[in-house]
Design a binder for this molecule. Structure first.
Ligand code: NAD
Length: 474
């Protein structure tokens, strides 16, 4: 179903949603196109005037109420996510908590949309700066974090006073519906948020990008699609924020504890079965500790259990679809052909019923070199590529040698080294001996082809606000 102007709307046709662990159909949703997309903008545009002039306290109240409901429904949402997206139930619970955090944070932050006064050089003049909601926002979200990627946009947009039209990923519309049900029950006025589902996203995207009433595009997804949509958004000069792909370096220096670093690498690399934009894609380890690091990493990864996210002990869920498995397989085969050493994994998983889903074994590759595709292409799967390095002098150049710039990690006990390397890394998020440098309270986003703009934290609100200058003769 679509959600337009406060009502649930069926479409003339629908499409299936499947469980990636079993291939079973778990639901059907209305299939929309340009007509529904435009109806949604009509509703959001009509609602903007009154929603943007509510008080910050009224908007905050709705966000608090949504946070409370999401917190109450924590377990149901997590189970739905495991069914529809595949991640292990513990990870799904973590994501729901993270998603709810954005509602709470922006409920609080709504009340802090401050302006400023600026001294003028003229004695008879005053300057006032006010910040106002941008207008109708078009939001397009991915499947890998199917609840939090919505609240990370809806939270600040609603706090700012914007109205929203949203298209969730075609793989995870049921999670999106569950989020919209929460806002519906909270009693947001009709038209403030609207959702259109589509098996073919292009007509919906086109309708929103061609519509002058849409004043902002916020997109999370691949760099390829981001470039396409960003280029089109330039036609009528919409504000744009983009959270795109990544190719994170993970650097382990020789003064780090190799066992601790290997544990960190195994946890962050295989998070969401490697389907995370901040997932390490090049693991650099300094030669003197390489053996211990690689052995520990391979041992830990070999013990990881793949399967249904509802099964106890499973930490590796399915990949989202067959093309994703094929891409991982292609990258691993290419690397092995070019001389990489396969330490564990390296094949599809098909026994014990796993052939019904999209499973690939958690894999560690050593001796990865720049000639291999995996060295430059985002993997988005359960493969840890390890590269040994000798000199500290050129590690920064190596780590920065990518078109992406989202997350980077480093392990060291030397504080000067940590400071200098963190400063030199051209990435938007750095983890120093830390594999989870994310929070609703902190700015998340990338540089270079990983995107522009930030989500989370107080700067996340700026993305939904225009700055207006008032010059005043007194
Ligand atoms: P994707 O780009 O294929 O799809 C993302 C969204 O865009 C989906 O809703 C899809 O339906 C829509 N879309 C695709 N083509 C479109 C078009 N022509 N017009 C309008 N909409 C269109 O990406 P994906 O496979 O869903 O997600 C994986 C990618 O997302 C990875 O590259 C990952 O790194 C990135 N990602 C980034 C972040 C971040 O915060 N930087 C977070 C999560 C995922």
């Amino acid at each position: 179903m679509h959600y337009i102007n406060g009502s649930w709307i069926d479409g003339s046709s629908d499409f299936a949603v499947t469980n990636p662990a079993t291939g079973e159909e778990v639901g059907r949703v209305a299939d929309g196109g340009a007509a529904e997309a435009t109806q949604a903008v009509d509703a959001a545009d009509a609602a903007f005037q009154s929603w943007s002039t509510t008080t910050a306290y009224q908007r905050s109240e709705k966000l608090y109420a949504a946070w409370e409901l999401m917190t109450e429904r924590h377990e149901d949402l997590a189970k739905l996510m495991t069914t529809e997206q595949g991640k292990p139930i513990r990870a799904a619970r973590n994501e729901v908590k993270y998603a709810a955090d954005f509602l709470l944070w922006y409920a609080e932050e709504a009340k802090r949309i401050y302006g400023e006064t600026i001294p003028s050089g003229r004695p008879d003049q005053r300057f006032l700066v006010m910040r106002q909601a941008i207008g109708v926002v078009a939001a397009i979200t991915p499947w890998n974090y199917p609840v939090s990627m919505l609240t990370r946009k809806l939270g600040p947009a609603l706090a700012a006073g914007c109205t929203v039209v949203l298209k969730p990923a075609e793989q995870t519309p049921l999670c999106a519906k569950a989020v919209f049900e929460i806002f519906d029950e909270v009693g947001l006025p009709p038209g403030v948020i609207n959702m259109v589902n589509a098996s073919d996203p292009a007509p919906v995207g086109d309708a929103w990008l061609n519509d002058d009433r849409v004043r902002k595009l916020t997109f999370t997804g691949s760099t390829e699609v981001g470039k396409l949509l960003g280029g089109r958004a330039a036609t009528n000069v919409k504000r744009v924020s983009m959270e795109l792909g990544g190719h994170a370096p993970f650097i382990v220096f020789d003064d780090a504890d190799p066992v601790h670093a290997a544990k960190g690498a195994s946890l962050v690399k295989f998070l969401n079965t490697g389907q995370a934009c901040i997932s390490p894609n090049r693991i650099y380890v300094q030669r003197s500790i390489a053996e211990e690091f690689v052995t520990t990493l391979a041992e830990r990864v070999a013990k990881m259990q793949a399967g249904s996210g509802f099964t106890d002990g499973v930490s590796i869920g399915p990949l989202v679809d067959e093309p994703s498995v094929a891409k991982v397989e292609r990258q691993v085969n290419d690397a092995v052909e070019k001389g990489a050493r396969l330490l564990t994994g390296g094949q599809r998983l098909t026994s014990d019923g796993l052939d019904r889903g999209h499973f690939y074994a958690p894999t560690v590759l050593a001796d990865v070199t720049p000639e291999m595709t995996i060295h430059s292409e985002e993997t988005f799967g359960p493969v840890a590529p390890v590269i040994i390095f000798d000199d500290e002098e050129d590690i920064l150049a190596k780590a920065n040698d990518t078109a992406y710039g989202l997350a980077a990690y480093l392990y060291t006990r030397d504080i000067s080294r940590a400071w200098k390397i963190a400063e030199g890394l051209r990435f938007g998020i750095i983890g120093i001996n830390d594999i989870n440098p994310t929070s609703a309270a902190a700015p998340f986003g990338g540089v270079k082809e990983s995107g522009m703009g930030r989500e989370g934290g107080h700067v996340g609100l700026d993305e939904y606000l225009d700055t207006k200058l008032v010059g005043w003769s007194v």
